[in-house]
Design a binder for this molecule. Structure first.
Ligand SMILES: [Zn+2]
Length: 121
């Protein structure tokens, strides 16, 4: 059976996961570095955006870094708020939140009041 990328549903032709390394580094390394993602993908426990619809993802940019690191995945906006508060107070890192498509206008409004950048998956 063909292997399917848990982030974008790309189907790997040929032998198992051949090509996942190059594919991941080119397309999804900003979500999670390949070295971290691979053991999860291989074990089929990687909770990708598309694999776990409706979740919120929080990503941190280290100061000056071009790549984000995913730090939390939460099922609801109310679970996201405490993370946002603590990050805002304790670091100068830039926070980005991937809001699920099901996010409400009110939730997105609140997000912006925190000064957080939001993106949809
Ligand atoms: Zn992919």
């Amino acid at each position: 059976m063909s292997k399917v990328c848990p982030e974008c549903q790309h189907v790997f032709q040929g032998n198992g996961w051949d090509g996942i390394d190059a594919h991941w580094r080119a397309k999804h390394d900003h979500i999670m570095p390949y070295e971290e993602a691979w053991p999860l993908i291989r074990a089929e426990t990687y909770a990708g955006r598309s694999a776990s619809n409706g979740r919120w993802y929080l990503e941190l940019f280290d100061k000056g870094a071009s790549k984000a690191k995913r730090v939390w995945t939460e099922p609801t906006w109310s679970a996201v708020i405490p993370h946002v508060r603590s990050i805002k107070q304790s670091t100068t890192e830039k926070l980005r939140i991937m809001a699920p498509a099901a996010a409400t206008d009110q939730e997105l409004f609140e997000l912006e009041q925190f000064g957080v950048e939001r993106r949809f998956p």
